[in-house]
Structure formats: structure tokens, C-alpha cells
Design a protein around this ligand. Structure first.
Ligand SMILES: [Zn+2]
Length: 377
């Protein structure tokens, strides 16, 4: 019999590391409930941390064109963050990260929001050649978190634009209540530039990634010098996904997507096709379990919603052809990649790795690689 959590909709099949307590509640639920308990539970608790933060940001922004900078994707979280900033009188520079995969609906949602709120928008268009090569390397490497290529670059571009424009506050829509319920092995550290570089070195083309916005040691020093602070504003007030959606629909004419993060064609395909086929992972299970734990839906509703097919085979086929073509694979080559065995991120160099922690030892790296090749031969 498959062990299932009595609280959320996860089972041991989804995450073999799950354990269950005497009430049949899984370890992910317990961990997540602990994280939720740290968040403000009501307006009074929220005001105590949020209002001084808003004041601090406004004070620093006096005499500057912007108070803060924020990333906009057209998704619920970032759109709601913009609405909040308007309500609190903040003046953000909004940055849209364009990696070539955004849906038209996402772009429409962003433009409508910007028009209504009267904020300034800059679009950061990533060097497509660089980005495509990196995505291909991730697909070939067999690691699970292919989205690191996008998420890392979002951080890199935001940090760089914050420094360039002398804006010390990044307002982030990343939050615990709707996002932090995630089995450990379903994703990887988005800040680990050492991992990205090694995956590219081993599975990418020989072409150097000249324009990819790495958050590397050099940029990290600049971030520190510029005192850049990342503020997760959605962790500072009680949030409810249905209310957030209702607010942005009513006030900003926001239009919904079928799934979480389906504002990008690649993300839709990654979550609907790559993850289930190659890794046996259905992220909707974590998203829905997340909502159950946060009290935003019931277990019954989550189970019913999970049964709905939000990624029909015709859409999957269309996306498969589109993604393969855009990444310059044939459909057969792509499907072959899906059949190859997964690899762990930790099979590649990473920030926990000796040379990443002690850059001063880097001159010894070629010697170490030769020794490793000899040892593994
Ligand atoms: Zn659970």
C-alpha cells in the first residue's frame, strides 16, 4: 500500500524521503507548518513589520526616481506585489525578464497592469544564444531543475539593474505561503553559479556564455558594497491566493492561466511534460498540498483539482514540437533525452564544493580535474 499523507495530497511515491508521524501527517507538512507559523497571522502583526519597512524604503527613495525595483512576470504573485506597492505609495522600477518563452497572455497582463498603475517598465531581454545553449546543456545533463537557468538569470538581471540605477531595495514576490512546500529533490539552489557553470562546461557547447547574467563572486561583492536588500513583502502580511486573484482581476484586469507559472511556454512544458515523464514528478501535487497546508483549500478540493487534466495531449504535442524546434532539436532527439537517466545536481560542482568555497585554490583546479579523470578512468 502506498503511504499517503492524511493532511496534504503527497504520497511516498512522490517523495520517497517522506516520513509520517503518528497522525499520518507527512514530514513536508510538518516542516511547512513550522515555516507558516513564523509568518504574521493578522493585520496587527503584519503592520508591525511591514509599515516600518515601507517607511524606510520611501525615506531612502526621496530625491531618487525610484524607491525600489521589482521583477514582473504577469503571474499572480508579482502582479499582486505591484498592486500592494501602489496601495502603500511606493514607486518601483518594474523589470520584466524576457527569456524568449513568455506567453502572449503574460505580456498582456504585464502591459495592462503597468498602464493602470502608472509604473515604469524596463524589459531585460536575455542574450538568446547564451540562454538557448544553457537550456540545451541542462536538458542534456539530466538534472531536474532546468528552471535554474531562468531563475538565476532573473536574480542576476535584477541585481545588476538595481546596482546600475542605484536602487538598494529589491521587492520580491517569492514567498513562503504559496511556494515553499517543495520536496527537497524536486528543485535546486537557484543561486548556485558553480553548479550552472559545471553543467555548462560538461554538457554545453564550447561557446562561452558571455552575456548570461551570472550571480558570481564579482557580482556578489558589488551587491554587498551597494547594500542591496531583498524584501519578500508577501511574507510580511497574511495572504490568500483566491483573494489575491480577485484583487488583481478586479483592479488590474488580470487574466488567469491554467496552471501555476504557466505564463511561460517553457515552464508549462517543463511542468506538464518533462517533469512527469523524465522524473516522475508532478509539481501540481506540491502546489495543491501547499494550498491545503496554508488553509487556502481543502484536501478534498485539492484531490478533485488534481484529477483535472490541465495539460491535454494536444497541447503537450504542440509544445513538444515548438520547444524542440526553438532549441534546435528534432522531436526524436528530444524524446531520446527524456528517456536518458536523470542525474543529480550534486553530481556536478556546486557551491558546497571545495573550489567554490575557497576560490584562492582555483589555480589547482586543472590539476584536480586531470587527477579525477585519471582516477575515474
Ligand atoms: Zn503532508
Amino acid at each position: 500500500m502506498v503511504e499517503s499523507c492524511t493532511n496534504c495530497i503527497m504520497t511516498k511515491m512522490d517523495d520517497p524521503t517522506l516520513t509520517f508521524d503518528e497522525d499520518g501527517v507527512c514530514s513536508l507538512c510538518r516542516k511547512f507548518q513550522g515555516m507558516l507559523a513564523e509568518l504574521p497571522g493578522n493585520k496587527e502583526e503584519s503592520d508591525k513589520i511591514l509599515l516600518p519597512m515601507i517607511e524606510k524604503i520611501k525615506e531612502r527613495g526621496k530625491g531618487h526616481p525610484y524607491d525600489c525595483i521589482t521583477g514582473v512576470s504577469g503571474g499572480v504573485d508579482s502582479t499582486y506585489v505591484c498592486l500592494l506597492m501602489k496601495r502603500y505609495g511606493l514607486r518601483p522600477l518594474c523589470v520584466h525578464f524576457d527569456n524568449g518563452w513568455n506567453t502572449e497572455l503574460a505580456v498582456e497582463n504585464i502591459n495592462r497592469m503597468i498602464d493602470i498603475l502608472g509604473f515604469d517598465l524596463e524589459t531585460y531581454v536575455i542574450d538568446w544564444e547564451d540562454f538557448r545553449e544553457l537550456q540545451i546543456a541542462y536538458l542534456k545533463s539530466g538534472v531536474i531543475d532546468i528552471e535554474v537557468a531562468t531563475d538565476h538569470a532573473i536574480y542576476g538581471s535584477l541585481y545588476s539593474m538595481a546596482i546600475k540605477n542605484d536602487i538598494p531595495f529589491i521587492i520580491s514576490g517569492v514567498n513562503t505561503a504559496t511556494e515553499d512546500f517543495m520536496p527537497y529533490h524536486w528543485c535546486f539552489d537557484k543561486h548556485d553559479d558553480a553548479n550552472i557553470k559545471d553543467i555548462y562546461r560538461k554538457h554545453g557547447s564550447k561557446r562561452p556564455l558571455k552575456n548570461y547574467p551570472f550571480v558570481d563572486a564579482r557580482l556578489r561583492r558589488k551587491i554587498k558594497r551597494s547594500n542591496i536588500e531583498v524584501i519578500r513583502i508577501l511574507n510580511m502580511l497574511p495572504i490568500n491566493i483566491d483573494e489575491m486573484k480577485a484583487d488583481i482581476t478586479r483592479e488590474l484586469g488580470w487574466k488567469p492561466y491554467d496552471g501555476k507559472h504557466h505564463e511561460s511556454i517553457f515552464t508549462r512544458f517543463y511542468q506538464g511534460y518533462i517533469l512527469p515523464r523524465k522524473f516522475g514528478v508532478d509539481k501540481r501535487k506540491a502546489h495543491l498540498s501547499n494550498l491545503v497546508c496554508a488553509g487556502m483549500t481543502t484536501r478534498q478540493q485539492a484531490l478533485a483539482e488534481f484529477q483535472q487534466d490541465i495539460y491535454p495531449p494536444s497541447q503537450a504535442r504542440e509544445d513538444l514540437e515548438f520547444v524542440s524546434k526553438k532549441l534546435q532539436f528534432s522531436v526524436e532527439e528530444f524524446e531520446q533525452l527524456m528517456r536518458e537517466p536523470p542525474r543529480r545536481h550534486l553530481d556536478f560542482a556546486n557551491s558546497r564544493w571545495f573550489f567554490a568555497r575557497y576560490p584562492v585554490a582555483k589555480p589547482l583546479l586543472p590539476l584536480w580535474r586531470r587527477y579525477k579523470a585519471w582516477r575515474d578512468a
